[in-house]
Design a binder for this molecule. Structure first.
Ligand code: KG4
Ligand code: ZN
Length: 341
């Protein structure tokens, strides 16, 4: 067909992903190679291991994405790559692969902001125009609010001052002797627990002057509540029900913070739409509480299905917006690991 065929690459953190999407936002293929097993024994993403794994996986993943789309490399019209933010070594692998393809195929290069792409996933999943909206990205690496005026135009309006929400899930899971990644494990345990048994702090929740989170104090509170001494080596003394109750009580505290600040962001901006992205958006309790909040406060809520919440290349379809605006990149495009303020 005459549709523009875009290959999008995603290697910002620990997922090596490629997808082929058309300018009609039709998804022809999507491949995600997770590195979860490689990082499991360390309880978190190890940057050096991540970049090495990307090097090993990027070409097979691209190859698979193009084949699944029933295309040849020469059928591609453009290549998009997430070049910000993320881990330097990881970002470099995707960017280098994208540039090599552009050079070899003589097609234009497009840049993707990974966080804008997470918000764009809400538009892709719903088929609706979600802008302007408040974007809430809650993952292992980020917990931020954005005022999104358009797909490729946003402003950071708040976020965590220490740990990301997903990071807190991962660390508390590790305290409780639950497996990595901690989010799904805590969610499962919490479903069997009493969220009111322990009263953990809700840092910054009552401060209506800022849209920020602080999850590292919450993690410490869990540690002291559970172990008293603060020692980490006595999880074996916790009975199963206590583990579930701590998980549920912790989850309740995080969800209170996330929902409370989301409501504040909407109030402050006057926007009527909340778009949620990132791995923590897979949390059932968070979804439930956001749905209640949206119904009560009268805003529209968009949360993509799980496969579009966690890192993937389909959300790189946001590059179509840049294609339409003629915003192509030169081959000296660089990575930008940090958050742009
Ligand atoms: O977006 P993501 O796949 O990767 C990045 O961090 O970029 O997010 C992974 C994070 C991990 O910290 C994981 O523990 C958390 O998302 N997560 C969850 C759930 N599933 C994944 N957190 C809470 N509840 C879940 N069901
Ligand atoms: Zn992400």
């Amino acid at each position: 067909s005459d549709d523009v065929k875009l290959l999008a690459l995603e290697t910002t953190c620990d997922e090596t992903a490629a997808a082929v999407i058309t300018d009609q936002l039709e998804v022809l293929s999507s491949v995600v190679a997770s590195q979860e097993d490689l990082h499991q024994q360390f309880g978190g993403v190890v940057p050096e291991i991540a970049s090495r794994a990307h090097v090993e996986k990027i070409l097979p993943v691209i190859d698979q994405a193009v084949r699944k789309a029933e295309l040849k490399l020469s059928d591609l019209d453009a290549v998009a790559v997430a070049n910000t933010p993320g881990l330097s070594g990881s970002l470099l692998v995707g960017l280098t692969a994208a540039k090599a393809l552009c050079l070899a195929l003589d097609v234009p290069l497009l840049a993707v902001n990974h966080l804008q792409a997470h918000v764009y996933a809400c538009k892709l999943a719903s088929g609706r125009d979600v802008f302007p909206c408040i974007g809430m990205i809650v993952s292992g690496g980020h917990s931020n609010f954005y005022r999104c005026t358009a797909a490729t135009d946003f402003t950071l309006i708040g976020g965590t001052i220490d740990d990301a929400a997903g990071e807190a899930f991962d660390k508390v899971a590790s305290l409780l002797g639950l497996p990595y990644p901690g989010g799904p494990a805590i969610g499962k345990a919490a479903a069997k627990g009493d969220g009111k048994r322990f009263r953990f702090p809700r840092p910054l929740l009552d401060d209506k002057s800022r849209l920020d989170f602080s999850f590292s104090g919450l993690k410490t509170a869990v540690r002291y509540q559970v172990h008293g001494t603060g020692k980490l080596d006595d999880t074996t003394q916790l009975d199963e029900q206590t583990v579930c109750d701590v998980a549920a009580s912790f989850q309740e505290a995080v969800v209170d913070c996330l929902v409370g600040k989301a409501e504040l962001a909407l109030q402050q901006s006057g926007y009527q739409t909340l778009c949620v992205g990132g791995g923590v958006a897979a949390n059932g309790r968070l979804r439930e509480r956001l749905e209640e909040s949206a119904a009560k406060q009268g805003y529209e809520l968009f949360i993509p299905p799980m496969s579009l919440c966690t890192d993937n290349a389909v959300m790189g379809a946001i590059a179509i917006e840049r294609w339409k605006e003629g915003k192509f990149e030169s081959l000296d495009l660089d990575i930008s690991p940090g958050l742009e303020r």
